[in-house]
Design a protein around this ligand. Structure first.
Ligand code: THU
Length: 130
Protein backbone atom coordinates (compact mmCIF):
# COMPACT_ATOMS: atom_id res chain seq x y z
CA UNK A 1 0.00 0.00 0.00
CA UNK A 2 1.30 3.45 -0.89
CA UNK A 3 0.90 6.55 1.28
CA UNK A 4 -1.83 7.69 -1.09
CA UNK A 5 -3.73 4.52 -0.35
CA UNK A 6 -3.35 5.11 3.36
CA UNK A 7 -4.68 8.65 2.93
CA UNK A 8 -7.69 7.37 1.00
CA UNK A 9 -8.35 4.71 3.65
CA UNK A 10 -8.13 7.36 6.40
CA UNK A 11 -10.61 9.52 4.47
CA UNK A 12 -13.00 6.56 4.26
CA UNK A 13 -12.77 6.04 8.02
CA UNK A 14 -13.39 9.75 8.58
CA UNK A 15 -16.38 9.68 6.20
CA UNK A 16 -17.93 6.85 8.22
CA UNK A 17 -18.43 9.34 11.06
CA UNK A 18 -21.08 10.99 8.89
CA UNK A 19 -23.10 7.82 8.48
CA UNK A 20 -26.80 7.81 9.25
CA UNK A 21 -27.20 4.25 10.47
CA UNK A 22 -29.75 4.18 13.31
CA UNK A 23 -31.08 0.75 12.28
CA UNK A 24 -27.93 -1.30 11.80
CA UNK A 25 -25.52 0.83 13.88
CA UNK A 26 -23.02 -0.17 11.22
CA UNK A 27 -21.26 2.99 10.07
CA UNK A 28 -19.50 2.68 6.74
CA UNK A 29 -17.47 5.29 4.87
CA UNK A 30 -16.02 5.38 1.39
CA UNK A 31 -13.54 7.60 -0.43
CA UNK A 32 -13.37 7.65 -4.22
CA UNK A 33 -10.38 8.83 -6.23
CA UNK A 34 -11.46 10.00 -9.67
CA UNK A 35 -9.21 9.78 -12.73
CA UNK A 36 -8.88 13.58 -12.59
CA UNK A 37 -7.34 13.36 -9.12
CA UNK A 38 -10.34 14.61 -7.18
CA UNK A 39 -11.51 12.73 -4.11
CA UNK A 40 -15.11 12.37 -2.98
CA UNK A 41 -16.36 10.73 0.17
CA UNK A 42 -19.66 9.36 1.38
CA UNK A 43 -21.29 7.31 4.10
CA UNK A 44 -24.20 4.92 4.35
CA UNK A 45 -27.62 6.53 4.73
CA UNK A 46 -30.32 4.27 6.10
CA UNK A 47 -34.08 4.57 5.90
CA UNK A 48 -36.98 3.22 7.95
CA UNK A 49 -38.02 1.50 4.74
CA UNK A 50 -34.84 -0.57 4.66
CA UNK A 51 -34.48 -1.04 0.88
CA UNK A 52 -34.46 2.75 0.51
CA UNK A 53 -31.07 2.82 2.26
CA UNK A 54 -27.85 3.76 0.51
CA UNK A 55 -24.47 2.13 0.98
CA UNK A 56 -21.42 4.30 1.57
CA UNK A 57 -19.90 3.31 -1.77
CA UNK A 58 -23.06 4.31 -3.63
CA UNK A 59 -23.12 7.68 -1.84
CA UNK A 60 -19.46 8.40 -2.61
CA UNK A 61 -19.63 7.27 -6.24
CA UNK A 62 -22.90 9.18 -6.71
CA UNK A 63 -21.31 12.36 -5.38
CA UNK A 64 -18.26 11.90 -7.61
CA UNK A 65 -20.31 11.20 -10.72
CA UNK A 66 -22.57 14.17 -9.97
CA UNK A 67 -19.45 16.34 -9.97
CA UNK A 68 -18.39 15.05 -13.38
CA UNK A 69 -16.24 12.03 -12.59
CA UNK A 70 -16.69 9.22 -15.11
CA UNK A 71 -13.69 7.05 -14.27
CA UNK A 72 -12.95 5.85 -10.74
CA UNK A 73 -9.31 4.95 -10.16
CA UNK A 74 -9.82 3.50 -6.73
CA UNK A 75 -12.16 3.42 -3.79
CA UNK A 76 -11.42 2.86 -0.12
CA UNK A 77 -14.13 1.42 2.12
CA UNK A 78 -14.11 1.34 5.90
CA UNK A 79 -16.55 0.17 8.52
CA UNK A 80 -15.87 1.58 11.96
CA UNK A 81 -18.45 -0.47 13.89
CA UNK A 82 -17.87 -4.09 13.07
CA UNK A 83 -14.96 -5.40 15.14
CA UNK A 84 -16.38 -8.91 14.79
CA UNK A 85 -16.26 -8.69 11.00
CA UNK A 86 -12.99 -9.54 9.38
CA UNK A 87 -13.55 -6.74 6.88
CA UNK A 88 -16.52 -4.95 5.33
CA UNK A 89 -16.45 -5.73 1.64
CA UNK A 90 -18.63 -3.87 -0.87
CA UNK A 91 -21.98 -5.58 -1.39
CA UNK A 92 -22.94 -6.98 -4.78
CA UNK A 93 -24.95 -3.94 -5.83
CA UNK A 94 -22.05 -1.62 -5.00
CA UNK A 95 -19.65 -3.82 -6.97
CA UNK A 96 -21.90 -3.36 -9.98
CA UNK A 97 -21.99 0.43 -9.40
CA UNK A 98 -18.18 0.46 -9.22
CA UNK A 99 -18.05 -1.52 -12.45
CA UNK A 100 -20.10 1.11 -14.30
CA UNK A 101 -17.39 3.69 -13.70
CA UNK A 102 -14.43 1.51 -14.59
CA UNK A 103 -13.11 1.20 -11.05
CA UNK A 104 -9.65 -0.33 -11.01
CA UNK A 105 -8.77 -0.87 -7.39
CA UNK A 106 -10.73 -1.47 -4.20
CA UNK A 107 -9.15 -0.92 -0.80
CA UNK A 108 -10.93 -2.61 2.09
CA UNK A 109 -10.04 -1.75 5.66
CA UNK A 110 -9.96 -4.72 7.99
CA UNK A 111 -11.06 -4.85 11.61
CA UNK A 112 -7.45 -4.60 12.79
CA UNK A 113 -6.99 -1.45 10.65
CA UNK A 114 -4.99 -3.18 7.98
CA UNK A 115 -5.95 -2.42 4.38
CA UNK A 116 -6.39 -5.04 1.69
CA UNK A 117 -6.20 -4.23 -1.96
CA UNK A 118 -8.24 -5.98 -4.63
CA UNK A 119 -8.94 -5.41 -8.28
CA UNK A 120 -12.61 -5.00 -9.10
CA UNK A 121 -12.18 -7.84 -11.58
CA UNK A 122 -11.28 -10.04 -8.62
CA UNK A 123 -14.36 -8.95 -6.61
CA UNK A 124 -16.73 -8.98 -9.59
CA UNK A 125 -15.67 -11.29 -12.38
CA UNK A 126 -17.58 -11.35 -15.68
CA UNK A 127 -18.89 -7.83 -15.17
CA UNK A 128 -22.19 -6.94 -16.80
CA UNK A 129 -21.76 -4.01 -19.19
CA UNK A 130 -23.87 -2.71 -22.04
N1 THU B 1 -23.23 -1.09 3.88
C1 THU B 1 -22.46 -0.22 3.16
O1 THU B 1 -22.53 1.00 3.35
N2 THU B 1 -21.59 -0.75 2.27
C2 THU B 1 -21.46 -2.07 2.00
O2 THU B 1 -20.75 -2.44 1.09
C3 THU B 1 -22.17 -3.06 2.82
C4 THU B 1 -23.21 -2.52 3.72
C5 THU B 1 -24.18 -0.53 4.84
C6 THU B 1 -25.62 -0.66 4.42
C7 THU B 1 -26.33 -0.60 5.74
O3 THU B 1 -26.56 0.77 6.09
C8 THU B 1 -25.34 -1.17 6.72
O4 THU B 1 -24.08 -1.17 6.06
C9 THU B 1 -25.67 -2.58 7.17
O5 THU B 1 -25.89 -3.41 6.09
Amino acid sequence: MTTDDETLAAMAREAALGAYAPYSNFRVGAAVLGADGRIFTGANIENAAYPASNCAEATAVGTAVSAGVRQVEKIAVACIDAPSLDAAYPCGRCRQILSEFGTQRVLVTTADSDTREHSLEELLPHQFKL
